[in-house]
Design a protein around this ligand. Structure first.
Ligand SMILES: [Zn+2]
Ligand SMILES: [Zn+2]
Length: 346
């Protein structure tokens, strides 16, 4: 079957090759026929050798929707023929961390699919702990509606959850891209009605406003963000900040625009170490939280989608076929046209 693999750290490249069909290796496994998948920025991080735990030759991809093809003898909650979406995390559900909802640190799991074991940019995929890793889709939720549930949407929701949001909060979201949009959409479901989106890309900001996700949009190229946030918050600063961009400038911006005693959720994937200037922030009493999404809300997210409370369809800006996936990667990396997320159709 066709599979898109990451070649090696030295080559920093990908290739569409033929691999053998996956088989059930454990009674808790399921084999899923992939119908729609996506390319994630994390796939590019692997391609460029930034993810040390990634296995050379692995089939990439961890966001997908598909039809259950085969199940192991110990799989209870799903059956052959079910339409499902997948969780980016592989988790046992029984260890110390899983029992507390910290599935990203499951002692038998974590980010496996498309990193340590073969992922979904292929015709079929083996999903370990299938009862935990797959979520059943109702008929009114299309493949496209559900594509981002287990990764991007879960990450955005996780960021919002880390912020312990209350409706009176002013929430600043740095990074008006897919994770940022999902964080804003999740914050809306938690009742927050003052959301400020920050990005350097005006097109991305415009979408946040058009989709009803942000009430204010700010670009550091047009204004001083710190001053602007102060003027929107009675000179206090943002009550909660979600940093979804993952760069040095945005890391610094996150704590600078936060009011004293604010919660700052860092959900971006940083490629370098960041400096935390404790003397400068002494007395501001900030709370930093980091993630590594614990994607434990897939069922609720599917329900919110089916009730039209969350809609991520607008994020699919391009669609390619699996046999054009190398071209899709090139498009995603060079972005010759406006691009948020690319869907891969099988
Ligand atoms: Zn991802
Ligand atoms: Zn576990």
């Amino acid at each position: 079957m066709k599979s898109l693999i990451w070649k090696s750290k030295e080559e920093k490249s990908i290739e569409l090759i033929e691999k053998t069909y996956p088989e059930i290796l454990n009674p808790k496994d399921a084999i899923v026929k992939v119908t729609l998948s996506s390319i994630c920025t994390s796939d590019l991080h692997i391609k460029h050798g930034f993810i040390p735990q990634a296995k050379e030759g692995v089939t990439l991809g961890h966001e997908f929707v598909g039809i259950v093809e085969e199940i192991g003898s110990d799989v209870k909650n799903i059956k052959v023929g079910d339409r499902v979406c997948a969780n980016v995390e592989t988790f046992c559900g029984e260890c110390f961390f899983c029992k507390r909802g910290f599935i990203n640190n499951c002692i038998e799991g974590g980010w496996y699919l498309g990193c340590k074991i073969d992922g979904c940019q292929a015709e079929y995929i083996r999903v370990p702990f299938a009862d935990n890793g797959l979520t059943l889709l109702p008929d009114n939720v299309s493949d496209k509606n559900a594509l981002f549930v287990g990764d991007v949407l879960s990450s955005g929701y996780f960021g919002a959850e880390l912020c312990e949001l209350i409706p009176e909060d002013t929430l600043a979201v740095i990074g008006s891209g897919p994770v940022g949009y999902c964080a804003m959409a999740s914050a809306r479901t938690m009742g927050v009605n003052k959301i400020i989106a920050i990005d350097i890309d005006n097109e991305r900001l415009k979408i946040a406003k058009e989709q009803g996700l942000a009430d204010y949009i700010l670009s550091p190229q047009k204004c001083d963000i710190e001053t602007e946030i102060k003027s929107l918050t009675n000179k206090r600063g943002a009550d909660k900040v979600i940093e979804a961009a993952g760069s040095e400038t945005t890391f610094e911006m996150a704590w600078k625009i936060a009011r004293p005693n604010a919660i700052i959720a860092l959900v971006g994937l940083y490629e370098k170490a960041q400096v935390l200037p404790l003397p400068d922030m002494y007395g501001k009493n900030l709370i930093f939280k980091t993630g590594g999404v614990d994607a434990t809300h897939c069922k609720e997210l599917v329900k919110l989608i089916s009730e039209n409370k969350i809609d991520t369809d607008f994020m699919v800006t391009q669609t390619f076929k699996l046999n054009e996936i190398e071209k899709a990667y090139e498009f995603f990396e060079t972005k010759p046209e406006f691009c948020l997320k690319i869907a891969i159709e099988n």
